[in-house]
Ligand binder design. Structure first.
Ligand SMILES: Nc1ncnc2c1ncn2[C@@H]1O[C@H](COP(=O)(O)OP(=O)(O)OP(=O)(O)O)[C@@H](O)[C@H]1O
Ligand SMILES: [Mg+2]
Length: 390
């Protein structure tokens, strides 16, 4: 069942039909009503029809030759139907129209011609805002691990972070979205099903079917495995959005191994994430790549979500952590020490580092897990102390 209801206001019939198809194509939103004209007064029947449809989002198309009427319509809708979020769709080549639309109360300005991905990203920001408003605390948190540059250690970090979270909290799933998934090799598992199976069955996916597509590691961590062969047909971002919506309803923490995948899917999942860990080594090429990658991810995800994680870290004279942050343009979250022998044997044997006792590197992963969840613990502690004082 789509989460958001949408009313489209678009005088151009072709554009109206197209927007309807694109909105429904996101699978997170559904058109409940369309209007073929902009309201011209507060008493306009268009206003009444939008009010009675009671949507979450009003999508207003701004035609290139009718911007003034559209902007007046946005103002009226904002005044008379204040609850729904208002998204404007228009040309990016008229900055004055964008500014006026935003000033009149549009929350998003989406490029015309529009794509399902653009709409989906806007809808996801809207659902995230809606959830915050309702203080929906029971949904799982997503941590996405992605490489600035191939082979930087995303899989090692995702696997061990997931194990550390599982040890501390339980109910963790590791989701492997790499083009070729290596997480199962790191854990020495032989999965029967993959992310692609879950997505192929989205239409009937409930908690128990979702569980059955995961493979269980012996400490209880569940893996939704990646592809074992390159996939000819990639699922759409809308399908990924629905899958992650289900995962967040079912698991407490969701760790995503995106490895070196830097595309619309990684960006979408980054949008949904509590934190995005951008993995890089402290060298010029890796930090240069990190700067590009964070720009791409932050275009839609927002600056405060993406963090730098330095892997294979060792002190280099004349190069400080502040230099690394400046080169990558993103704040440093954590450093994982360089221990080539321990890490490569762990991968070759399929025995993760966290299973190997109290090494420096295992401690570092437990520390990372504790750091990422420290606010979750704060919430619990506050609730407990309040209880005590009553
Ligand atoms: N902290 C570390 N210290 C030493 N070596 C490491 C560390 N982390 C990873 N490595 C080495 O880097 C190599 C790549 O690790 P891993 O498979 O986790 O990378 P990846 O970023 O997931 O690669 P890909 O881009 O293929 O997805 C491994 O062979 C591993 O031995
Ligand atoms: Mg990998």
């Amino acid at each position: 069942m789509p989460e958001l209801t949408v009313v489209i206001v678009a005088p151009d019939s072709e554009q109206r039909a197209m927007l309807q198809v694109l909105v429904d194509g996101t699978s997170v939103a559904q058109v409940v009503h369309t209007c073929a004209s902009f309201p011209v007064a507060a008493t306009d029947p268009v206003i009444r029809r939008v009010q009675s449809a009671n949507p979450d989002v009003i999508l207003v198309d701004i035609p290139p030759d009718g911007a003034a009427q559209a902007l007046r319509g946005i103002e009226l809708l904002r005044q008379e139907v204040p609850d729904p979020a208002l998204f404007a769709v228009g040309s990016m080549s008229q900055p004055q129209v964008i500014v006026s639309a935003m000033r009149s109360g549009a929350r998003e300005f989406i490029e015309r011609p529009t794509t399902t991905t653009d709409l989906l990203e806007a809808f996801i920001r809207q659902t995230a805002a809606k959830r915050k408003l309702h203080r929906e605390g029971s949904r799982g948190k997503i941590f996405t691990v992605v490489n600035a540059k191939g082979g930087s250690g995303a899989t090692t970090i995702a696997v061990n972070l997931a194990l550390a979270l599982q040890a501390a909290h339980g109910n963790v799933v590791l989701v492997d979205i790499a083009p070729l998934g290596h997480a199962s090799l790191h854990l020495n598992l032989k999965p029967l099903f993959t992310v692609a199976d879950a997505i192929r069955n989205l239409h009937r996916l409930d908690s128990s079917l979702l569980e059955s597509f995961t493979t269980r590691y012996n400490d209880g961590l569940q893996l939704l495995a990646g592809a074992a062969t390159p996939q000819a047909i990639e699922p759409s971002t809308a399908e990924y959005a629905r899958l992650f919506d289900m995962l967040a309803a079912h698991f407490r923490y969701i760790v995503v191994d995106a490895s070196t995948r830097m595309d619309a899917t990684t960006r979408l999942i980054s949008n949904l994430s509590e934190a995005v860990l951008l993995v890089a080594h402290a060298d010029v090429a890796a930090l240069w790549s990190a700067a590009r990658a964070q720009q791409y991810l932050q275009e839609t995800a927002g600056r405060e979500r993406v963090w730098l994680l330095l892997n294979r870290f060792r002190k280099i004279t004349g190069f400080s952590e502040t230099d690394a942050e400046a080169a990558a343009g993103v704040k440093l979250l954590w450093k994982i020490p360089n221990q080539y022998f321990a890490v490569s044997t762990a991968i070759d044997r399929g025995t993760p580092l966290l299973q190997q006792g109290h090494t420096d590197i295992a401690r570092s992963f437990h520390g990372l897990a504790a750091h990422l969840t420290k606010n979750d613990l704060d919430v619990k502690r506050t609730a407990w102390s309040l209880f005590k004082t009553v």
